[in-house]
Design a protein around this ligand. Structure first.
Ligand code: FAQ
Length: 304
């Protein structure tokens, strides 16, 4: 039995692949790319919400938002640690982010303009992230699957806090309802684009499905998210900004309109409304934290 046969046998029997196991080069590279992209998304994703911590409308709202943003930092930490088990250091992953070689989720290149956006991000963005991450709990690489379990528990709280904010506004004064609907209008399409290109255009999906990295396809996950979110919007009287959205009795799913893929690729390739701000802010924060990393390393070296 070759190394490849043994590897595929594990995948087919749902046995996790662990860091010291043999793995095909393409498997390692796919995971290095996807897991670091995922880690970068968690950390860059702190910016649009961090922007509102000092302007939260009450102490309660501030404490909740602060806890949520700190959780995202924690998710970044687990994911960088898990990604390091693939033989590449966190410093290299971060250098790839800052030099724009590595991607992070397109959604975080949109601005958060007001408090209703905190509701939309928690409800829709974390809601979409959970659908993907619940599926990734079953991914074939052990450290990634285990990181997902804790992350999913926290994401559920994030989704709830977002839905609470948006519900309060949607059911509040006419002005508040208008703000909630406006946030929904701006975040709906970018949220459903988080799942990536359609399956037939998803170049990475073939190997990822074969190797058990992806358990469900981009389109299947997107459909799951849409199906569960429509009822949540109806419950609080918000309209999903898609005139083609319609329940399909035959498929038992919602049909929905065409996404603007030109916009998607432009944002993914660096030309979204906030790409420059996000990376520049990351570089600045990273530089400001340099002394902490150096002090921690010096301490570790002294005690080795
Ligand atoms: N944004 O062939 P595929 C969160 C790229 S966590 C940017 O389909 P794949 C929590 C893709 O990388 C959100 N790039 O690729 C939170 C590939 O690039 P390449 C992050 C995208 O990997 C909430 C190319 O397009 N979650 O939000 C996007 O098989 C609030 C072709 O695409 C994850 O990262 C996109 N949306 O599938 C935090 C989940 N979509 O290789 C703070 C893990 C595609 O040409 C606040 N990742 N691309 O350079 C995945 O599940 C997968 O990587 C996909 C893409 C599904 C994102």
């Amino acid at each position: 039995m070759t190394d490849l046969d043994k590897f595929l046998e594990k995948i087919n029997n749902n046995i996790k692949i662990e860091p010291k196991d043999w793995m095909p080069d393409g498997y390692r590279k796919h995971l290095q790319r996807q897991m670091s992209q995922h880690a970068h998304s968690e950390v860059i994703g702190m910016q649009p919400e961090g922007n509102w911590i000092t302007r939260a409308p009450s102490l309660r709202a501030k404490v909740i938002l602060l806890a949520k943003v700190q959780d995202e930092a924690g998710h970044g930490q687990y994911l960088y640690s898990a990604a390091e088990t693939l033989g590449k250091s966190r410093a290299v992953y971060i250098e790839e982010l800052q030099s724009r070689k590595a991607k992070y989720s397109s959604i975080f290149n949109y601005p958060t303009l007001n408090w209703a956006d905190m509701g939309a991000v928690g409800w829709l963005v974390d809601g979409a992230a959970i659908v993907n991450q619940v599926s990734l709990q079953k991914t074939s690489y052990g450290p990634y699957a285990r990181a997902m379990v804790k992350i999913c528990k926290e994401e559920s709280f994030h989704q709830r806090q977002g839905y609470e904010i948006i519900s309060k506004m949607a059911l509040g004064s006419p002005e508040q309802k208008e703000m909630a609907q406006d946030a929904m209008n701006r975040f709906w399409w970018p949220s459903i684009m988080m799942f990536g290109p359609h399956d037939q255009d998803s170049a990475r999906s073939g190997d990822a499905m074969k190797w058990g990295i992806k358990i469900e396809s981009n389109d299947d996950l997107r459909q799951k998210f849409i199906d569960k979110t429509v009822a949540q919007a109806e419950l609080i009287g918000l309209t999903i900004p898609d005139k083609d959205l319609k329940w399909n009795e035959e498929t038992k799913h919602y049909d929905f309109g065409a996404m603007d893929w030109d916009e998607f690729w432009s944002v993914v390739n660096g030309d979204g409304p906030c790409n420059d701000d996000r990376i520049n802010h990351h570089i600045k924060a990273h530089e400001e934290g340099r002394w902490v990393r150096e002090a921690a390393n010096a301490y570790a070296e002294k005690n080795n």
